[in-house]
Design a protein around this ligand. Structure first.
Ligand SMILES: Cc1ncc(COP(=O)(O)O)c(C=O)c1O
Length: 398
């Protein structure tokens, strides 16, 4: 499915008559510090590899990835982004009925629809800040054989602790669990929250290189599971799924050099700091509520006359794109998502948002004032009418 995705800089640029690079894309969840500068140099030095066929099954980077995370290479498969695996999961697992923990990334539902597989949503509610009730989840799982969980979740930013997930997967041993960890590296202490080293045979973990290392154009992602499940996925693997530059990039990124480690640490620290500043900025602001997020983007609820559409159009004048969450099942036109950028951009964005909100506040006050005046006028009219009726009555008596 090509339509379920969010903010499209190409569409907006066309609408505004500008180049896509002139759009400030607050809708896409990429690392604002990425890609790592040394990676770009490394790719430039190796650009000639595009003249060679890449390794057909990307076996070298499978070994490199497995070595980095200390797991058996038989448990790993590499693909053209995690998207390749999301869309083959229902087919490879021969899913009969899926359950999707929502509101979440639309591609799990789209993957089921592509293979004509029925699915249900297990939707977390707004009053609970979109946190899933794990006890209720256990009941919901009955009657489903494949469960999709995005952890941390896009777009809510919630995370289910690894210990709870492990327990849930363990207590439903005959059900396959797909845990999408595409945004996990942004989370402080992510190692402890990853299911990548789970020994449960019914767990599949998706690991994307696109977001954290900001290389979505290279298209590279991994699936980690039991050797039995990985073997099944291999029967559907397309030759040369991972291109030459992507393979080179993984070799660089998985080496755990000082540069890569520093990049990882700096990112996590930066995201935490920026989130903190934004949350403080909007703490007591009316017309908008930011939901707590463990990762690099924030879900927000709008009130009053503010809708995702109206705010999106307003910001589009300044060539800023936010994610309208109306097409997330379980959300509505009252929700937006924006991702963190550089400090300067975040401040500028907050300022614009606050300016729009203060317009809303003054309009609200005007409305309040107008309705008070109208109310007074109506009261006066009613009083006059009542007085006249009394006078008429009095006259009649007389
Ligand atoms: C939750 C989630 N999973 C997976 C993907 C796909 O990422 P990729 O195919 O680049 O690995 C995305 C992309 O936006 C996403 O948001």
């Amino acid at each position: 499915m090509l339509k379920g995705h969010g903010g499209n800089i190409y569409d907006l640029a066309q609408r505004l008559g500008c180049h896509p690079s002139e759009i400030l894309d607050m809708s896409s969840n990429m690392n604002p510090l990425g890609p790592p500068p040394d990676l770009v140099t490394f790719l430039q030095e190796n650009i000639k590899t595009i003249a060679l066929l890449p390794e057909v099954d990307a076996n070298t980077i499978v070994n490199v990835f497995a070595g980095r995370y200390n797991i058996d290479p038989e448990q790993v498969i590499a693909g053209n982004g995690t998207t390749q695996f999301i869309y083959s999961i229902p087919r490879v697992l021969e899913t009969k009925r899926a359950l999707i923990f929502g509101p979440t990334y639309a591609d799990y539902a789209d993957a089921c629809a592509m293979h004509h597989i029925p699915y249900d949503n297990f939707t977390a509610e707004e009053p609970a800040d979109f946190e899933h009730d794990i006890k209720a989840a256990s009941q919901q799982i009955q009657g489903h054989d494949t469960i999709f969980i995005c952890n941390p979740n896009n777009p809510t930013g919630n995370i289910i602790p690894a210990a709870d997930l492990e327990q849930l997967c363990k207590s439903h041993a005959d059900v396959n669990f797909v845990i999408d960890e595409s945004y996990l590296m942004f989370v402080d202490g992510s190692n402890k929250q990853s299911m990548i080293r789970s020994t449960l045979p019914n767990v599949m973990v998706l690991n994307s290189m696109s977001k954290f290392f900001r290389i979505p154009g290279l298209r590279i992602g991994f699936l980690i599971s039991s050797p039995v499940i990985i073997k099944k996925f291999k029967t559907y693997l397309l030759p040369w799924s991972v291109n030459s530059l992507a393979q080179i990039a993984v070799q660089y990124l998985m080496k755990q050099t000082v540069e890569v480690q520093t990049f990882i640490e700096n990112t996590v620290k930066f995201i935490a700091q920026e989130k903190d500043i934004l949350f403080k900025t909007f703490k007591n602001t009316s017309f908008i509520k930011l939901f707590p997020s463990t990762t690099c983007f924030i879900l927000a609820r709008l009130y009053g006359n503010l809708t995702a559409d109206s705010l999106g159009n307003h910001l589009a004048h300044d060539r800023i794109l936010i994610r309208n969450c109306a097409n997330f099942s379980g959300l509505s036109d009252r929700f937006i998502r924006f991702s963190l950028k550089t400090s300067e951009i975040n401040r500028m964005f907050a300022k614009k948002l606050l300016a729009r909100i203060s317009q809303e506040e003054s309009a609200g006050k005007d409305e309040h004032r107008t309705s008070n005046v109208q109310h007074r006028m109506m009261n006066e009219k009613a009083n006059v009418k009542q007085r006249m009726m009394i006078e008429e009555k009095d006259e009649g008596v007389r």
